[in-house]
Write a new protein. Structure first.
Length: 257
């Protein structure tokens, strides 16, 4: 099968990746209009390896690496998109337009990352919350990718922080640790409040059946019983389902119970 290798933008008979991104006249215009430093016989050149080496490393000898907000990844992307627009849709893109698009996307990316970092700093400076384990249902899931079972456990603590009811069960290995955690939540809601068992199609629907319902993260150091029940169920050698007010003798006893 005969393939035409000519460049759709300038008509060069032999188009390559290097030509399309670095040598084609419209691409050269994009690089000249952009903020990426360019040097004759250094960048851009006919070697894609030399060009990428320049953009990744050698360019930093010219621009300050710590302050480098060069949009070259987006420039490469928009140059390639412009090439495809010409080939498949017959649309010519203005080089200055491509530069503006690339710089806008670059700025948006850096802004988004700055917001994430500032949010992380704010969260890390928060004072740890003192948790009350009264009239609360603690749940946990346990999952290992190679284990045949995933386990879940829940503990209902009364007003005096006393265990009123607990449950442990294993399921055929779930897809992920998060699936095991959700399975634990569903099973706890089903068996601690059986009148709502038929409404477990979605947690979002089920929670509307409770006058006071919220999900909160409990550190593992304060969730030892549910964690032990989940891990025990996951590592049990056969199917397991237990609900009771105390830990049976055949299950390892967690501390302070």
């Amino acid at each position: 099968m005969r393939c035409d290798n000519f460049c759709p933008r300038c008509g060069d008979p032999e188009e390559s990746v290097t030509h399309a991104i670095f040598e084609c006249p419209p691409a050269l215009q994009v690089w000249a209009l952009s903020g990426t430093p360019s040097c004759p016989n250094i960048f851009p050149v006919s070697s894609i390896y030399a060009n990428m080496d320049y953009l990744f490393w050698r360019k930093d000898n010219i621009a300050e690496a710590n302050l480098d907000r060069d949009a070259y990844p987006w420039l490469i992307w928009y140059i390639w998109k412009a090439r495809n627009d010409k080939l498949f849709r017959g649309i010519d893109r203005d080089p200055m337009e491509l530069v503006r698009y690339a710089e806008s996307e670059c700025q948006a990316w850096f802004n988004a990352n700055e917001r994430v970092q500032s949010s992380s700093i704010e969260l890390s400076s928060e004072i740890p919350q003192v948790l009350s384990l009264r009239d609360i249902c603690l749940i946990d899931g346990s999952w290992i990718s190679t284990a045949p079972f995933s386990g879940c456990g829940w503990v209902w603590m009364g007003n005096q922080e006393k265990v009123l009811l607990m449950g442990t069960r294993n399921f055929a290995g779930r897809e992920s640790a998060l699936h095991s955690e959700v399975e634990a939540l569903c099973w706890a809601m089903e068996h601690e409040w059986p009148s709502f068992a038929t409404e477990l199609e979605r947690i979002e629907t089920l929670k509307t059946c409770f006058p006071d319902f919220k999900i909160a993260h409990i550190p593992r150091t304060q969730n030892g019983i549910a964690d032990l029940l989940a891990r025990t169920a996951r590592s049990f050698h056969r199917e397991l389902c237990f609900i009771g007010c105390f830990i049976p003798v055949w299950l390892p006893r967690p501390p302070l119970v």
